[in-house]
Design a protein around this ligand. Structure first.
Ligand code: ADP
Ligand code: ASP
Ligand code: MG
Length: 412
């Protein structure tokens, strides 16, 4: 008997018929002799609607605690409906909110991190042969306040439950057939990957491929639980996210991603002295703003320019803090939120040269200017003007993935 965690996203539970379809799949898995935990998102559009209501009543700055109480209602609705649909099929099921299942998180509202899952209640439900229907995206802090895990957080709830229970697999059912070489909704020629390593998936998720929330992949990697991303509309195999040793195809570039959710802030004419970077970044870190790319120019006349990116949701706050810091430093500040980060990711980059310059040439041929560059062992990212996002993704996908054979030379 296997222990399977199945997660169904918003589109997959988007209306009553789809919930019935999910109930059938879950019951099939259970009747095949497996123990099943099913973790669900809010119905499609529900969280967006709650966000809009909260922003309206909270006048753009809703109280974080109450905002989480509100957002968590979306998933509570789905667990009740799915449990009822499973009952109609003659199978036992019990719905559990984050609090009931003991999903303990830290206290950072709207972006809480899971600390511990008390598996007692879950085990009791499974031991009596019932399906546990778990609310994704929500938890509870030490003071019993409801918390949420950030957009897309149900992936993380599901994988964390799978890790805590030592499940054999975590299946992520969604509205595409698996993990593709790029967003299949933007590039129709995108190809489904049979397997992808945890590290490549971590990079792709953190660089914008929203098919999995990045923290879900971190959990899976740490505990070695394989993730199977697949369609909720048919039963074909999807993509296995797994250990590097289990990935046969070591592609130079396995994916192209985009992220339009960052903004850029530039300090000009900053004095080139020890301690200046601290004065710029300390206030941002105190405000809990996560800085992503940072580029500093070489100084010429004793001053330098420094540019960095922040999540677009923190842009207004970050710009204000930057302006305050600049006033004290005698520097100037500029901001731009119409940018996109485009990245190419692949394990094979570790032993291939020439990926970066090929990427720059492809963008140049399309007349796209590169504003910032950052690299790691298995990825190269550039910041460009947002309006060129689609053009850049298509051109890079054509060059690196569709072209296949025309790859950069192998080193050595
Ligand atoms: P769910 O509601 O099931 O959690 P999401 O909308 O969060 O689904 O994630 C699935 C979406 O991720 C797809 O519809 C697709 O547009 C997008 N996506 C972006 N990049 C990729 C990729 N590389 N492979 C697959 N899907 C991707
Ligand atoms: N319902 C939440 C969202 O829309 C969590 C999720 O679907 O993963 O972001
Ligand atoms: Mg999602």
């Amino acid at each position: 008997m296997a222990l399977v965690v199945q997660k169904f996203g918003g589109t997959s539970v988007g209306d009553p018929d789809r919930i019935r379809n999910v109930a059938r799949r879950v019951v099939e898995t259970a009747r095949a002799g497996n123990q099943v935990v099913v973790c669900v998102s809010a119905m499609a559009g529900e969280t967006d609607g709650l966000v809009a209501l909260g922003q309206d009543l909270g006048e753009g700055d809703p109280t974080p605690r109450e905002y989480d109480v509100l957002l968590a209602t979306g998933e509570q609705k789905t667990i009740a409906l799915l449990a009822m649909a499973i009952h109609r099929l003659g199978h036992d099921a019990e719905s559990l909110t984050g609090w009931q299942l003991g999903m303990r998180t830290d206290a950072s509202h709207n972006r809480a991190r899971i600390q511990e899952i008390d598996c007692g209640r879950l085990r009791a439900v499974l031991d009596r042969g019932a399906v546990a229907v778990v609310a994704g995206f929500q938890g509870v802090d030490d003071d019993r306040n409801i918390t949420t895990l950030g957009r897309g957080g149900s992936d993380t709830s599901a994988v964390a439950v799978a890790c805590a229970l030592g499940a054999d697999v975590c299946e992520i059912y969604t509205d595409v057939d698996g993990v593709y070489t790029t967003d299949p909704r933007m590039v129709p020629s995108a190809r489904k990957l049979a397997r992808i390593s945890f590290d490549e998936m971590l990079e792709m998720a953190s660089l914008g491929a929203k098919v999995l929330q990045v923290r879900s992949v971190k959990f899976a990697k740490r505990y070695g639980v394989p993730i199977h991303v697949r369609s909720s509309f048919h039963s074909a195999e999807g993509t296995w996210v797994t250990r590097e040793e289990d990935v046969m195809e070591r592609l130079v570039v396995s994916g192209v991603t985009y992220n339009r959710d960052e903004a850029k802030i530039t300090f000009r004419k900053v004095e080139d002295q020890p301690g200046v970077a601290g004065r710029i970044f300390d206030p941002l870190s105190e405000a809990g703003i996560v800085v992503d790319m940072i580029v500093q120019n070489l100084s010429s006349d004793g001053t330098t320019d420094m540019t960095f990116t922040v999540p677009v949701g923190d842009y207004a706050n970050a710009l204000k803090l930057a302006q305050d810091a600049a006033a004290g430093l005698g520097a100037e500040v500029e901001g731009d939120d119409a940018i996109a980060k485009i990245s190419v990711v692949g394990l094979g980059m570790k032993d291939h040269a020439g990926v970066a310059n090929r990427m720059f040439n492809v963008l140049a041929e399309e007349g796209i200017n590169i504003q910032m560059i950052s690299t790691s062992e298995i990825k190269i990212s550039v910041i460009i003007q947002e309006k060129y996002t689609e053009l850049a993704v298509r051109a890079l996908h054509d060059a690196f993935v569709d072209a296949g054979g025309d790859e950069p030379r192998e080193e050595g």
